[in-house]
Design a protein around this ligand. Structure first.
Ligand SMILES: NC(=O)c1ccc[n+]([C@@H]2O[C@H](COP(=O)([O-])OP(=O)(O)OC[C@H]3O[C@@H](n4cnc5c(N)ncnc54)[C@H](O)[C@@H]3O)[C@@H](O)[C@H]2O)c1
Ligand SMILES: O=C(O)C(=O)C[C@@H](O)[C@H](O)[C@H](O)COP(=O)(O)O
Ligand SMILES: [Zn+2]
Length: 360
């Protein structure tokens, strides 16, 4: 059992990483000042697998839970679905101390987080992430959001969970495509802050793809430590936290242009990291060997490097609406070397356009 503390003064919380985690959620919640009425938000894939186990753990700890099940997929990160969850919360009589539990991948986590941040101006949020991507990234750090038809994650709030419980055993039911999507965000941590992690991934890619429990648990713990460290220094993304967005500037454009269904988030981030690395090399931030190392690792993990048949002009349109645009200038996260990145607005349009041509 590993524990990682996210140090954010009065908003600090603990991430518990434990192979039986799902059975311990109720017990862990009892250590916090929470109401006994609970709403579990989950999706149609995860509910039949894990909702009963979670509900049993809550019941044994004296909680009274109700469940709302949303459709799986990015389309549930919407105001319309949030409205359904608000309605359920009101109908069930949830009050200001009643926790909302996100049981699922990043979609459920971001949606339930957004509802928890807004319902009654904020109720406790518990994250029980079930996809690899959610365990290494989205359940930690308090970014919550739904999408707007004009762009990804455009409506949301920074709202920290009170508790995160990660059970790596639930990854046994995740399909291979989703496992690889989670690995894209793992590679991101290696590139932005941790050369040793990148190296570990190079040496253990087969074990990761084979879901070796010890290797997966080690990687999840490391990513949680790294994210907790960044978030503790810059919760609201005024500077340092932008590095967690490496690959996302182009990645979000890839997702949006594919109608949020052609490429999933992790795949789009893999393509976006490749694009950012190519821009970095073009501008002399890093050398060819670093780009080649990233290309080789992404390929080995079965992740895409390009979005063939996409139109660069359409991608540019989305890039201009990125959340990191300030006064019309995009803040780019570029690679200096494996393990080191730099944030800059000094990227000529010609370099962006050339790389968009290369990856489409
Ligand atoms: N808030 C953040 O900091 C942050 C960080 C990264 C990504 N995100 C967001 O997270 C979302 C992507 O998350 P995701 O990749 O988890 O997608 P997802 O939530 O759509 O989950 C992927 C698929 O796996 C299924 N699933 C989840 N756990 C399972 C399990 N244990 N067994 C079987 N099936 C399971 C889901 O039902 C879904 O079909 C995107 O919307 C992205 O923007 C947010
Ligand atoms: O936690 C962060 O900060 C991140 O940027 C993590 C990303 O992996 C994640 O996809 C995030 O939701 C993107 O945020 P956005 O602010 O660009 O919407
Ligand atoms: Zn991401």
């Amino acid at each position: 059992m590993a524990e990682v503390k996210v140090n954010l003064r009065e908003h600090s919380y603990t991430i518990h990483i434990n192979p039986c985690g799902i059975h311990q959620v109720g017990e862990l919640m009892n250590t916090l000042p929470l109401g006994k009425r609970v709403l579990i938000v989950t999706d149609e894939n995860v509910a039949p697998l894990y909702a009963d186990q979670l509900a049993d753990s809550l019941k044994a700890a004296g909680f009274n839970s109700a469940v709302i099940i949303v459709e799986p997929g990015e389309s549930s990160k919407s105001l319309a679905t949030a409205d359904k969850v608000f309605t359920e919360a009101i109908a069930r009589g949830l009050d200001r101390k009643s926790p909302i539990i996100a049981l699922g991948g990043g979609v459920v986590g971001d949606l339930a987080g957004f509802v928890a941040a807004s319902y009654l101006r904020g109720v406790p949020l518990i994250q029980v992430p079930t996809s690899l991507l959610a365990q290494v990234d989205s359940s930690v750090g308090g970014k919550t959001a739904v999408n707007h038809k004009l762009g990804k994650n455009l409506i949301g709030a920074f709202y920290q969970p009170s508790l995160v419980v990660i059970d790596p055993q639930v990854l046994t039911s995740l399909d291979d495509r989703q496992l690889k999507a989670g690995l894209a965000e793992v590679v991101k941590y290696g590139v932005i802050v941790d050369y040793d992690l990148f190296n570990y991934l190079q040496n253990n890619s087969a074990a990761l793809l084979a879901r070796d429990p010890a290797v997966l648990t080690a990687v999840i713990s490391r990513c949680c430590q790294l994210k907790a460290g960044v978030v503790a220094q810059d919760e609201r993304e005024t500077s340092l936290r932008m590095i967690l967005n490496f690959g996302h500037t182009i990645g979000h454009a890839v997702e949006a242009e594919g109608g949020y269904s052609k490429y999933n988030h992790g795949e789009a981030v893999a393509i976006g990291m490749h694009g950012a690395a190519l821009i970095s090399q073009k501008l002399g931030f890093c050398g060819q060997a670093d780009v080649e190392a990233l290309q080789a690792l992404l390929k080995r993990l079965g992740l895409p490097l390009a979005a063939p048949n996409y139109q660069p002009e359409k991608m540019l349109h989305y890039l201009r609406r990125d959340k990191k645009v300030v006064s019309g200038r995009i803040n780019w996260v570029l690679m200096k070397a494996i393990g080191r990145v730099e944030i800059t607005t000094e990227v000529p349009a010609t370099a962006i356009e050339a790389v968009l041509q290369q990856i489409t």
